[in-house]
Design a protein around this ligand. Structure first.
Ligand code: NDP
Length: 400
């Protein structure tokens, strides 16, 4: 019997609220708070839970979050607002002695640069306060780190090569839309690509490394190397890694739109003068693009995200693939969301459930691969994200 405060009422917040409501014996009271209370109310109306309330909060203001926590007295805060709010919400949890969980690393608003360093700095203070922060507990980052920890625990003595592959083979019917917050998404993918090899980070031009990757039940899809935040923490926590890369699928149509938007300056994050006031072009673009939370209706097809791993077990080379496929239409039928929101919201709820039931019980700040993967993966399927393993079968990643 615990109380949860969910901050953020977008695509992911909707799924987290539905999923917490499904686990009512753990999340007996839920408060859903966000910048726009009407969005919380609309979500709450679609959920059947006896103790689900809503509130308005500007989570950039730590004191507002502190006041909300003091009033509601949650056992954990699930932060599914934007990465900019990570630090003010972590501060509020520290001040009030409440556990914290998020799905994306902090990013300063004026610099497209996500890194864990700001959040890792809280470790000693969280430890002293006897509370836990779980960082990056969506799908990627999130389940991908838990898959890797599980592989290391049960299948390998040492992991050497890791390729995280992320495919969205769905069709939402829009010419251009992003599947999670457009501002955060476009900042992420227009950065330089980066991967880790033999002790060094190698930087490449955006979208300059492409390969065809075969995804289960989907087939071959053009995939591009991106920098993704879990690479940073996995390299730190699994020191035997010789190479770690992250690949994501993009359609030609998507890339063409993105190129044009970049060429005309619409993805800029610095303020420009517009008729006497300042606007940030990317924030304006976000305002005219479809909202990720509204993409679900009529979305068809699947996502497929997994980890291709190579390493050593009992002196022998071993290959291992662990993945989940998620169907957009099934997610929509269940909770009114598309699969990207669903695959993020389910792990966020489940991570909170792990903390509240004492299965993840540490004081300090942790990335998910540092925690016991077994109880999490035991439950992941029953909450809607079944996972599968492929052992010692040839794949594109055996040789390159
Ligand atoms: P949305 O844009 O749909 O939702 C974001 C929500 O945060 C909105 O309700 C927004 O309010 C609210 N918000 C923004 N600023 C504030 C503020 N200052 N105070 C309170 N609330 C605020 O995004 P998504 O739901 O798609 O994504 C949510 C998070 O999940 C993001 O951080 C994203 O990076 C992360 N994510 C992680 C993934 C993973 O696998 N790890 C995958 C996908 C997403 P308003 O409606 O008023 O703007």
């Amino acid at each position: 019997m615990s109380k949860v405060l969910i901050i953020g009422a977008g695509g992911v917040g909707n799924v987290v609220a539905h999923k917490c409501a499904q686990a009512e014996s753990v999340f007996s009271k839920i408060l859903l708070a966000s910048r726009t209370k009407e969005k919380c109310d609309a979500i709450a109306q679609s959920i059947d839970h006896p103790f689900l309330a809503t509130a308005q909060v500007d989570a950039n203001q730590s004191n507002e979050v502190v006041a909300l926590i003091r009033d509601f007295q949650p056992d954990i805060v699930i932060n599914v607002a934007l990465p900019y709010q990570d630090l003010p919400i972590m501060d509020a949890c520290l001040e009030t002695g409440v556990h914290y969980l998020d799905t994306a690393s902090y990013e300063p608003p004026d610099e497209a640069k996500f890194e864990y360093k700001w959040q890792w700095e809280y470790h000693e203070r969280y430890k002293q306060a006897g509370i836990m922060a779980v960082l990056g507990c969506g799908f990627d980052p999130g389940v991908t780190g838990i898959f890797t920890a599980y592989a290391l625990k049960h299948h390998f003595d040492e992991i050497h090569y890791l390729d995280i592959v992320d495919c969205n083979a769905g069709n939402h019917g829009h010419l251009f839309a992003t599947n999670f917050n457009p501002e955060i998404n476009i900042r992420e993918i227009t950065q330089k690509g980066r991967y880790y090899e033999n002790g060094q980070w190698i930087e490449i031009e955006p979208f300059s490394m492409q390969r065809s990757i075969t995804y289960p039940d989907i087939g071959s899809r053009s995939s591009y190397l991106l920098y993704h935040e879990e690479l940073e923490s996995l390299v730190k926590h699994i020191p035997t890694l010789k190479r770690v890369r992250f690949w994501m699928t993009f359609s030609e149509t998507y890339l063409t739109h993105l190129r044009v938007l970049q060429n005309v300056g619409m993805t800029r994050i610095d303020p420009v003068d517009y008729e006497g006031h300042k606007i940030v072009p990317l924030q304006f673009l976000k305002a005219v693009l479809p909202q990720p939370s509204k993409l679900g209706e009529n979305y068809e097809g699947q996502t497929s995200i997994g980890c291709h791993i190579r390493g050593i077990k009992d002196g022998q080379e071993k290959t291992y693939y662990i993945y989940n496929n998620c169907d957009h239409a099934a997610a929509y039928r269940e909770v009114g969301a598309q699969a990207i929101s669903y695959t993020t919201g389910v792990p966020a709820m489940l991570g909170a459930l792990m903390v509240l039931t004492g299965q993840w019980s540490e004081a300090g700040v942790f990335n998910v691969e540092q925690l016991n993967p077994d109880p999490f993966l035991e439950k992941l399927g029953s909450f809607g994200l079944p996972w599968h393993e492929v052992i010692n079968q040839p794949s594109e990643f055996e040789v390159a």
